[in-house]
Write a protein that binds this ligand. Structure first.
Ligand SMILES: *[C@@H]1O[C@H](CO)[C@@H](O)[C@H](O)[C@H]1NC(C)=O
Ligand SMILES: *[C@@H]1O[C@H](CO)[C@@H](O)[C@H](O)[C@H]1NC(C)=O
Ligand SMILES: *[C@@H]1O[C@H](CO)[C@@H](O)[C@H](O)[C@H]1NC(C)=O
Length: 565
């Protein structure tokens, strides 16, 4: 994968690895942990919601990945002293050779010094020239101020990077004038200007503006704040986990984080509670400014990496006593490759091809017509642990109903016009983690409308009937998919893993991830169906489905354990 930009998407911050021809740049950020409690210990193997092939740290949420000497590293926040979020957060550490199977290692960073006396929070890795990995992280110091610190590996020749040494000159950055001590966190991966100067952004809020504060350094140790933020906006609250990176305009390969020329566009991402947003734009290296194509507003008009359950919202936590929630806050989606879409306006994401090694037991369906009101079971695969790719043909597009979609929030349409509301083209799609009688089902479906300027494709993930359980989040998600159904088929890839359903519409243009906790549709009782509840019939042009094998995830404290277990 070393020529791809790889994205790790968590429920809060998202995380990138940017690898370019063997020279790999780690990229990792992490969450605002302050508002999240941790859950209880690792759930038991027999629990129905334990995922089989998604990375799942024993506790808590993820901090970020890095690729170094053939090993992927993932760091995540952990509180060894308590089942609840609190002081004493550490950086726990897992590693993988293939992005799919993971084993756990000793903690990388734990509070020990005045500059991180209370907690080791959020951070990022950068690989400096001559293959030197470094971590920048936020320490909560003895006065509860957020400061930025540096750590380096004790033994850089060890690909597992087990021990980390904190720089004696920490902290490197303290809250500048005008910035509160608790509004200064989450250093992103650094990049280098053409003159060799290092640059890094820190999330902040100052003067009623959310922002990415820019720091510069010649030696990665002595950092000076740039006069102006790289980007700021009065439309949002505090920025957490800012990310800033280039994507190639004409290739799906990843590019070095330091590239700034006409062959790239830049992405600015921010987590603004309770969601992650991003905008595209241009990096003006003379002005040291990010010039966005559109402003970041923290509303549904911004782009999102994922339109589902992403930020570790309080909703998940509210029911933390419920047994089904135990130990799940750090669940991670499958790493995704990302690149710039052909329109240049948005990112496209796709699960890394390494995932395909877990595929087993393929089933295929071709040219199957779904009449109005029909439901068709996809049998022959393990429906609780599957990977599905499906393409729909819509033979009478001009019959689609009209909708003025300019001013509507897609999530609201999905909620109001759920899978039981008949349209013309749509709802059609999949019913995942469903009982045989459909009492429980998670509907992932499309509706196609005629709009002012061509066709509009809406994608929904409806959790209303996902579980007979009460007191769990059943929010419906929705987003538009930027495809023209006259030119390309409406397609969906869905990864089902017991309690997580990841959906990629339009070959990765729109992604929606849902957490669901069915009561009955678990393990062998789970079924998968394709359905069409529109009045017009649709055809499954092709469906490929696979049962997914189990990945080895933190099965032991060492590589040896992993390989034997
Ligand atoms: C730190 O960098 C600034 C700006 O480049 C420079 O003016 C200052 O002398 C440096 N300080 C040290 C201690 O190197
Ligand atoms: C990508 O675009 C840049 C700038 O337009 C150009 O220099 C480069 O050759 C292009 N690369 C490919 C692979 O087309
Ligand atoms: C299809 O629509 C009918 C009528 O509204 C409804 O009873 C049924 O549950 C719907 N099917 C699905 C899969 O949502």
């Amino acid at each position: 994968m070393d020529k791809s930009l790889i994205l790790f998407v968590g429920f809060s911050c998202f995380l990138l690895i940017n690898g370019v021809e063997g020279k790999n740049y780690g990229y990792l950020t992490e969450t605002d942990n302050t508002r999240f409690q941790s859950f209880q210990d690792l759930v038991q193997e027999e629990q129905p919601y334990r995922t089989a092939y998604h990375f799942q740290p024993p506790k808590n949420w993820l901090n970020g990945p890095m690729y170094y000497k053939g090993v992927y590293h993932l760091f995540y926040q952990h509180n060894p002293h308590s089942a609840l979020f609190g002081d004493g957060m550490v950086w726990a550490h897992s590693a993988s050779y293939d992005l799919i199977n993971w084993f756990s290692l000793d903690h990388a960073l734990t509070p020990s010094e005045p500059f991180d006396a209370i907690s080791c929070w959020s951070g990022s890795a950068t690989i400096l020239p001559r293959d030197k990995p470094v971590i920048l992280y936020t320490g909560v110091d003895a006065n509860r101020n957020q400061v930025q610190n540096l750590a380096t590996p004790k033994n850089p020749s060890d690909p597992l990077l087990i021990e980390w040494v904190k720089y004696s000159g920490n902290p490197l950055m303290t809250p500048p004038n005008g910035v509160d001590g608790d509004n200064f966190r989450d250093p992103a991966t650094a990049w280098q200007g053409s003159d060799g100067t290092w640059k890094v952004v820190i999330g902040s809020y100052s003067n009623n503006q959310g922002m990415a504060i820019l720091y510069q350094s010649e030696d990665f140790v002595n950092w000076t704040m740039h006069r102006d933020p790289l980007y700021s906006t009065s439309k949002t609250d505090m920025w957490e986990c800012p990310d800033f990176f280039p994507v190639s305009i004409n290739s799906t390969n990843g590019v070095d984080t330091s590239v700034a020329n006409p062959s790239v566009k830049h992405v600015m991402k921010a987590s603004i509670y309770p969601r992650d947003y991003y905008i595209m734009g241009t990096y003006d290296t003379e002005l040291e400014k990010f010039l966005p194509d559109t402003d970041l507003t923290g509303t549904s008009s911004d782009l999102r990496i994922d339109y589902g359950k992403f930020y570790a919202s309080e909703d998940i936590l509210r029911h933390s006593e419920d047994a089904i929630q135990k130990g799940w806050s750090g669940l991670q989606v499958i790493p995704r490759q990302i690149w710039l879409g052909r329109t240049g306006k948005q990112l496209v994401q796709w699960p890394v091809e390494e995932l395909n090694i877990l595929r087993d037991n393929q089933v295929n369906v071709n040219g199957k017509q779904l009449e109005s009101g029909s439901v068709f079971e996809v049998s022959g695969i393990t429906a609780s642990q599957a990977d599905i790719e499906i393409m729909f043909e819509l033979p009478e597009l001009e019959e689609a109903e009209f909708m003025d979609t300019n001013l509507v929030d897609p999530q609201l349409i999905c909620d109001k016009q759920d899978s039981s509301v008949t349209g013309k083209y749509g709802p059609f799609g999949l019913l995942a983690l469903a009982t045989k009688d459909l009492t429980e089902r998670t509907a992932i479906f499309f509706r196609v409308f005629r709009g002012d300027k061509g066709y509009v494709v809406l994608m929904c993930s409806e959790q209303k009937r996902s579980s007979l359980r009460n007191n769990i989040d059943k929010t419906t998600y929705g987003a538009f998919v930027d495809i023209d159904p006259r030119q390309e088929m409406v397609s969906l890839r869905t990864l089902i893993d017991h309690s997580i359903i990841e959906n990629f519409g339009g070959k990765g243009r729109t992604s929606i991830t849902a957490r669901v906790y069915p009561k009955l549709a678990i393990n062998d009782e789970a079924h998968l169906f394709a359905f069409n509840n529109g009045t017009l019939s649709v055809t499954i042009s092709s469906l490929h489905g696979w049962s997914m094998n189990k990945a080895r995830v933190n099965s032991g404290g060492s590589l040896e354990n992993t390989e034997s277990g």
